[in-house]
Design a protein around this ligand. Sequence first.
Ligand code: GLN
Length: 186
Amino acid sequence: MRIGILAVQGAFALHKEILEDLGAECVELRQASDIHNLDGLVLPGGESTVQGKLIRELQMYDKLKELIDNGIPTLATCAGLILLAKEISNDENVYLATLPVTVKRNAYGRQLGSFNKVDMFKDIGDFEMTFIRAPYIEQVGNAKVLAKVDDKVVAVQYKNQLGLAFHPEMGNDNRIHKYFLQMCSR
Ligand code: GLN
């Protein structure tokens, strides 16, 4: 199994560690020519404005969008979720626009910039979720809700795309990555 992890900016390193521990081969995607022969894609947290700008400048945008539209299993976290969203309610930017949800950036305000919360993740159970200047999902369209925290949707699945507002790679729990690898092996 060969997983491409977008590595132009942000929190990609721990995803790589976890996925390699689980037996996957990982490729850091730093330029357009890195994007080939992939069974899965990870869009990590970081700064969506920076990542969005870089994937265009590095001519990675079209390849990534085509892969996702064609059904490659995609795990997107935090800034990655923002890159996938069809709409950002408090920002006029739109990036890959493959996931039919509306997200709100930096949705928890300054004081609650970062926090952890244990809550139910569908089919997995209690999961410790780490939020860092996180978005949440305001409108889910016809995506399936996988997790809610304090009544806000923080994880969805739409076909091949898993969109999480939190960082599943922080905290010693690889069950979401396992679930993602199962999607990749189908
Ligand atoms: N606040 C960041 C953004 O808007 C996301 C933060 C994160 O990925 N942890 O892009």
